[in-house]
Design a protein around this ligand. Sequence first.
Ligand code: ATP
Ligand code: MG
Length: 439
Amino acid sequence: MDKKGNILMQKYELGRLLGQGTFAKVYYARDLKSGQSVAIKIVDKEKILRVGLIDQIKREISVMRLVRHPNVVQLYEVMATKTKIYFAMEYAKGGELFNKVAKGRLKEDLARKYFQQLIGAVDFCHSRGVYHRDLKPENLLLDEDENLKVSDFGLSALRESRRQDGLLHTTCGTPAYVAPEVISKRGYDGAKADIWSCGVVLFVLLAGYLPFHDQNLMEMYRKISRGEFKCPQWFQLEVRKLLSKILDPNPYSRITMSKLMENSWFIKGFKPLEPPLCNDDEDNDLDELGDIFTASASDSEGITTPRALKGHSMKPTCVNAFDIISHSQGFNLSGLFDEYMVYKPEERFTTTQSPSIIVSKLGEIAETERFKVKMKGGMVKLQGCKEGRKGQLQIDAEIFEVTPSLHIVELKKTAGDTMEYRDFCNQGLKPSLKDVVWT
Ligand code: ATP
Ligand code: MG
């Protein structure tokens, strides 16, 4: 199908087909307003509905929004129509890493650079509880500056169920990158399985061919399950040793991520990247979506919202990927919506307490959690004193009057790590606010 000249959602001009996977087609596209290049992955709802993958897709979207790293393909927004889901992602201009390897093996230093970027990205995602489970050439892309971009992080569930269907052989092609415990369908640890795949990638970069290969699929499985591979003579001793620790068929004795990152071959010239270069207020890049689903956006931001009372603009800060999908016809996720709300940087509580009581309550909580409290511009500002993953956690609390006897407390993270903020809200704030929460 020729998509040239097609406009998607009045926003993107669709260009050429970049590639095709089992569930999706990926097109080049341009944001009409900003001119920015993006990649649009189009998933046929029919296909996933048929195999019952809706839950996984939802999980993936929520996960992808949490995972922001310079070496992970970023998800910009999610759109949906009756029949299709569109993922607008960061466009990796350099194409697949393995087009390079196809032209010949890489020099050790270059292979190490890509491997370090790969491990950096994978480790970051693991720290967020996200496992790839399908690290393979097609999912390792390059940007225009020759930096590695791992794609499809968070799409693991989709492939997982494909595997459970026993479709691995027919749809995924070669299992060359898959860990033995995954092939043998024993329950497995996603982290260890990813490490194995990274080892295969490293071997291929340095050798120019696969460590486990055979014309006969059964023979190939046998080699994988025994961890039977031979390094070419140009591999240095240090990297041979590392590879034998990664490509250990026993996931329990296989090297861990933290040990790998201390390895002498690995750390040579390693510059750990500051995770997320962009700030991770997940809603930022989804703000624009208001235009597309105007009707649904104003439904959720009804005229009696506190923002309207305060004379703020009706900027749809609340519209995110889940709103979009849940408001789009034929893809109703309402039943599972709550589960995903926790990922929002904004939290709201409705309360019948007066503002002064709310403020003193916030102060109490802040004290037990050792937060500094400041009042500024009608806002309660909470500042953590612990140095977190991304600096000190900082939270703004704003109180809005809905009616004289009904207020809304809105919490927003202004600095620090999203996961830490979530923990603060769910384990600290929410339980302590219980007596002022009105449901
Ligand atoms: P799978 O369905 O297992 O993920 P896949 O990775 O081959 O398989 P897609 O994710 O649908 O399938 O991607 C198809 C191809 O499109 C990729 O192999 C890649 O070449 C290209 N592609 C995917 N995402 C991007 C992107 N963000 N930028 C540039 N090209 C991309
Ligand atoms: Mg892919």
